[in-house]
Design a protein. Sequence first.
Length: 447
Amino acid sequence: MGGGHLSGTKVAIKDNICTKDMPTTCSSEMLRNFTPPFDATVVTLLHNSGAQIIGKTNCDEFGMGSLNIHSIHGPVVNPWKSFSPDDRPRSAGGSSGGSAAAVAAGLCDVSLGTDTGGSVRLPASYCGIVGLKPSYGLLSRWGVVSYSDSLDCVGVLARTVDDVQKVFMTLNHHDLKDPTSLPSSVRAKASNMLSVQTFSRWDGDSSSLSGLRIGIPQEYFPTEMQPSVLHPIRSLLKELRGLGATLVPVSLPSTSYALSAYYVIASAEASSNLARFTGVEYGTYVDPPPGADRTKAAHVYAYSRSKGFGREARKRILLGTYALSADAFDNYFLQAQRIRKLVKCDFDDIFAVPNVLSSFQSQATSQPKVDVLIHPSAIRTAPPLELVSDSLDAYVQDALTVPASLAGLPALSVPAGTADDGWPVGMSVVGQWGCDDLVIRVGEVVH
Ligand code: GLN
């Protein structure tokens, strides 16, 4: 172990990140008995810096869900104690619900989660802790079980922004084993842009935000929002203004299409990624019943797959396979990719820092430029577990987190206070690609 800079830090790891000393089940029957022969790169980096890995955490099956209710280990109960004595057990959020609950309950100092469409930020918001989804391509995904490759990010959860920052710095390295990990030259280019565009106006000093321009996107306050979520958000914005920040109302017009596009893309990629779990090459094998035609591979796979995958995973596989079929490809998959592009352009249009990964040229006539965006992380506080089901409601929980995922942007959820029901409300700080440092610094002021 040695005496690295995380020496003594207790870390828990989401169960879709490979660990060679502990099982990695992805909360799925399919991998119930699987212990990988290797550690994910992020786990190796934690070991090398002296962190103590204390265990694996519950999650939605393969990261699919928003409430941590789709798991062979059962749902995760939110450890937050509200002031109301008749409060019923609430969801910890998902899919990294176990990672958020472990931190919130004080079982560990930090945890790793994965965030494909909000799975670190939503549980952080529901449990009253800090959760970072870094820019796509900064933290290695080698050894992380893929759900949707073009969206999956490893994220960090902790009680303080400082702890999140320390672990992020430890993991933020180019990894040759991950083809989507970005090289140092691209990272350096983004941080130079940030220095020139933003840190020349705001020096990162937490006692004054003078020079910092914060965008408030109007589309992130939908009518479905629980009204009392807005009370702590309003007082926080007032405080930021008091510290000298300029608050700028902005518009991201493609936001309302993002959720549908996200579920088409994520399910399509999931259907392809999960194809490897046949019970033969990977996953639990279930013997077909007597009389089944064992000469046909598809028949043999079908038994293992219908027993091994839970309801939600099977639903995504069917939806994704359909979106990729010849009949639906143009109307669903390609259309979703077009929307993804529009969402990205919306962000590029309002950030002062140019996107080093994008060819989009912001229009001279367009909106005022901002350094970061701030908005509520979720449309409500944690829902009571007895009320949650696999209805449409569960998918709407991600409405405010998926746009940054589609665009690959860094987003940090920090606790902003409590709503009238006594449950925590999270506020998200979002920045241009590669501006994780800025997002973290602003988060430090907000927290
Ligand atoms: N709730 C979203 C989904 O089910 C996001 C999940 C995630 O970020 N892993 O796909």
